[in-house]
Structures are given as structure tokens and as C-alpha cells.
Ligand binder design. Structure first.
Ligand SMILES: [Zn+2]
Ligand SMILES: [Zn+2]
Length: 331
């Protein structure tokens, strides 16, 4: 007789099994995460291997040069701003002095020597500032020509670097693909044996009381296997793999159900026979047998022997049940 587990205990077993599943799934996920942390190849290594260091240095030098000449242009333009404002001031002074000079001549007064010298001074200041402004203009022109030449050289250097960078990038992306494959292989190499072991333990544990533990172990490893496969295979392959795995699981389940239907388990067979006898029906074909019958009785529909004389007490006993109802002897 199978031992009956109380409902409360059943629920405790179920919830502990679920907790075990969650913890195992978590543990496996951490382990897989650590495997995934294997250091990927560094891009800089590939760039160093393929790029000419002298060319890189030249690019840096040209960049510095360009930045310097652009900075100098900005400085010269600031100088020009200052010169422009001092020229404006000198021009205003000159205008003022000239106006006063004209006014004095109109009024018949001789212009003062002081005013004459102020005018001369303003004129000198204006001319000096104009000269400096022109000089700054020439310098800016030179600097711009220089910057133009440098940026042309820089463009050439960058083009050469770009040509060298393409094989470096190709080599890097190939190394990255190889790294991804290696990580996937490590992960699968870790999780597949665990899943196989868990499945093996589970299928072997049919009558074991530890079955819920193995089930939790198997489901946790199956979940992680699915996640690894989802990460490893591109979406279009994964969908085929997932569907194939689903078909295999359903086929395995169906084969088991069909097998047990064709050849029922002893416990299931006994249950079915017990219920049929209880309902006064033939367990094989469900023909209702009469309550009035002899000690020996065969089903008139299918010919199965349903009652016979007990070998111990000779009373009529159920032929398809294990014990005699009168003396209890096993049949
Ligand atoms: Zn029958
Ligand atoms: Zn008996």
C-alpha cells in the first residue's frame, strides 16, 4: 500500500521544491555569468599591431601644429580688435581737432600750438595702429596658409591610418567572434553535462522520495541551458532549436502516456479494476454484470473471468483483485 502524504506536508514539499529550483537556477546563472566574464580581446592591441607608430606620431604632431596656428590666428584677431578700437579713438580725436581747427580759421583765430600737437599725436597714433593692423593681417594670412597646408598633410596622414585601420578592425572583429564562440562553448560545456546528469537522476528516481529534488535540479539546469542557447544562437536558429526541443519533450511524454495506456502500471490497473467492480462493471469492457450470479462468472461481452471460487475458502471471489473478500487470501 502506498504511503499517503498529508496535504499540509505536500504543500511544504512543493514550496521547498520551488525554493530549491529558484536557488539552483540562480546559482547556475551566477556560475554562467562568471564564465561569460572571460576577458574579451582589447581593440588597442590590434590597432598597435597594424598601425605604423611613426604615422600616429605624425598625426599627433600635425594636430598640435594645426591647433597652435589656429590659436595664433585667434590671438592675432584679438590684437586686431584692440588696434581697431585704438584707431577709432584716434580717428575721433583727429576729427574733433580738425573740426576745432576749421572753426578757429572761420572765426579768424589762430589755432593753438597745443591743439596742433594733439592733432599730430592722434595722427601718429592712428598711422601706427594702422601699420600694426596691417602687420597682423599679413600674419593671419601666413598662419591661415600654414594651417591649410597642415590640415592637408593631416588629411593625408589620416587617410593612410584609415587604410591601416581596416585590417586591424577586421582582425579585431574576427578575434571578438572567436572569443564569443569560446565563451559559448565554455558555457555549453558547463551546463549541458549538468542538465544531462539532472535528467538522468530524475528519470532514475521514479520511485525515489528524492524525486522533487531531482526535478528542481533538472528544471533549473534546463532553464539555464535555454538561456545560454538563446544567447549563443542567433534568433532564427534559436527558434528552430526551441521548437525541436519542444517536439522532443512532447513526443517523449506522449510515448510514455501511450506506453502506460497499452501496459498500465500495476497500481493504476488495480485502481481501474477496483472502481469497475465497485460500479458492477466488467473492468475490461465496462459491461454491467448482474448481482445475481454463480460463484464463477465470466463477462458475457468480452469473456474475461470476473469471479471464481477461492482456492482457500471456496467462496466466490473477485478474480481480478488481489485478495479474497471472504478469507483475505492472496489470489
Ligand atoms: Zn467484459
Ligand atoms: Zn477465500
Amino acid at each position: 500500500m502506498a504511503h499517503v502524504v498529508p496535504a499540509g506536508l505536500k504543500w511544504i514539499i512543493r514550496s521547498l521544491s520551488v525554493s530549491l529550483f529558484v536557488l539552483l537556477a540562480w546559482l547556475l546563472q551566477f556560475a554562467l555569468g562568471d564564465i561569460g566574464d572571460l576577458r574579451p580581446p582589447a581593440r588597442s592591441v590590434f590597432l598597435e599591431r597594424h598601425l605604423d607608430p611613426e604615422l600616429l606620431q605624425r598625426e599627433r604632431d600635425l594636430q598640435d601644429e594645426l591647433r597652435d596656428s589656429q590659436g595664433e590666428v585667434t590671438r592675432q584677431e584679438e590684437v586686431q580688435d584692440t588696434l581697431r578700437s585704438s584707431m577709432d579713438v584716434a580717428r575721433e580725436t583727429m576729427q574733433e581737432m580738425t573740426d576745432l581747427h576749421r572753426l578757429s580759421i572761420e572765426q579768424g583765430i589762430a589755432p593753438s600750438a597745443e591743439r596742433e600737437s594733439a592733432l599730430a599725436e592722434a595722427q601718429a597714433r592712428f598711422i601706427a595702429a594702422q601699420g600694426a593692423f596691417e602687420k597682423a593681417n599679413a600674419r593671419i594670412g601666413d598662419l591661415n596658409a600654414e594651417a591649410y597646408r597642415v590640415s592637408g598633410d593631416l588629411e593625408d596622414a589620416r587617410e593612410l591610418i584609415g587604410e591601416q585601420r581596416t585590417p586591424a578592425d577586421d582582425a579585431y572583429s574576427q578575434a571578438l567572434d572567436e572569443h564569443r564562440l569560446a565563451v559559448a562553448a565554455w558555457k555549453l560545456g558547463f551546463i549541458v553535462p549538468i542538465f544531462a546528469l539532472a535528467s538522468w537522476l530524475f528519470t532514475r528516481s521514479r520511485d525515489s522520495r528524492h524525486r522533487p529534488i531531482f526535478l528542481a535540479f533538472m528544471l533549473a539546469s534546463f532553464l539555464n541551458l535555454g538561456l545560454v542557447m538563446h544567447d549563443t544562437f542567433p534568433e532564427e536558429y534559436f527558434k528552430y532549436i526551441a521548437i525541436c526541443a519542444g517536439i522532443i519533450a512532447v513526443l517523449a511524454f506522449l510515448a510514455r502516456v501511450l506506453g502506460s495506456a497499452a501496459q498500465p502500471q500495476p497500481a493504476l490497473l488495480l485502481k481501474r479494476r477496483r472502481e469497475s467492480y465497485f460500479k458492477s462493471q466488467c473492468p475490461e469492457c465496462a459491461y454491467p454484470f448482474p448481482s445475481e450470479r454463480g460463484d464463477t462468472f465470466f463477462c458475457p461481452a468480452c469473456g474475461s473471468g470476473l469471479f471464481e471460487s477461492c482456492g482457500s475458502c471456496s467462496a466466490s471471489r473477485h478474480r481480478l483483485l488481489p485478495h479474497c473478500q471472504t478469507c483475505g487470501a492472496a489470489g
